[in-house]
Write a protein of this length. Structure first.
Length: 169
């Protein structure tokens, strides 16, 4: 494997995850609840004898899932000390306070992390709807980038509002 010149400790996420999961044997479940009672569930594995590495893996995974599918409630089932670590990350003053505050604003509900037994993690509940194929009516678009936010509004295919706001989260 090539060693990075500037950060010799850097390991790409894909390489870390592949190595981690090759050794992981203990089940761990994550559910993210969204609007209308929809639930996204992800089942994975952790390394029983390496809590520190397992906490790192699960923290990165939860953050990724949260930003990919959204949610205002995370339910974690499996190794209790890992689930409690994640809960602490998302509380006021925690490592992921920003993410919790942002998602509670998006969903207009208090953000929460629930620690439970693996058998009590909610099952997947999804719905699909066709999107696109029309330009009539009103639409808004939002992009929260790393250095700015963009918001646009379109009515009947014509831009009626567009703004870019510099931010540094």
């Amino acid at each position: 494997m090539l060693k990075p010149v500037l950060d010799k400790e850097f390991i790409p996420a894909a390489v870390f995850n592949r190595d981690f999961l090759s050794k992981a044997k203990e089940r761990f479940s994550i559910a993210l609840e969204r609007e209308n009672g929809f639930v996204f569930r992800y089942d994975t594995y952790i390394i029983e004898e390496d809590i520190k590495k397992s906490c790192f893996y699960v923290e990165r995974l939860v953050k990724t899932l949260l930003w990919c599918v959204g949610g205002y409630k995370i339910t974690l089932g499996g190794r209790r000390e890992i689930a409690e670590y994640i809960r602490d990350c998302y509380k006021k003053g925690g490592l992921r306070e920003f993410d919790a505050d942002f998602m509670s604003g998006v969903y207009e509900k208090p953000f929460e992390v629930v620690v439970t037994d693996i058998d009590n993690v909610p099952e997947k509940k999804e719905s699909s709807r066709p999107i696109g194929r029309h330009l009539d009516g009103c639409r808004i678009g939002f992009d929260a980038g790393g250095s700015d936010m963009k918001v646009s509004a379109v009515a009947d295919g014509k831009v009626i509002f567009s703004e870019e706001i510099v931010w540094h989260p």
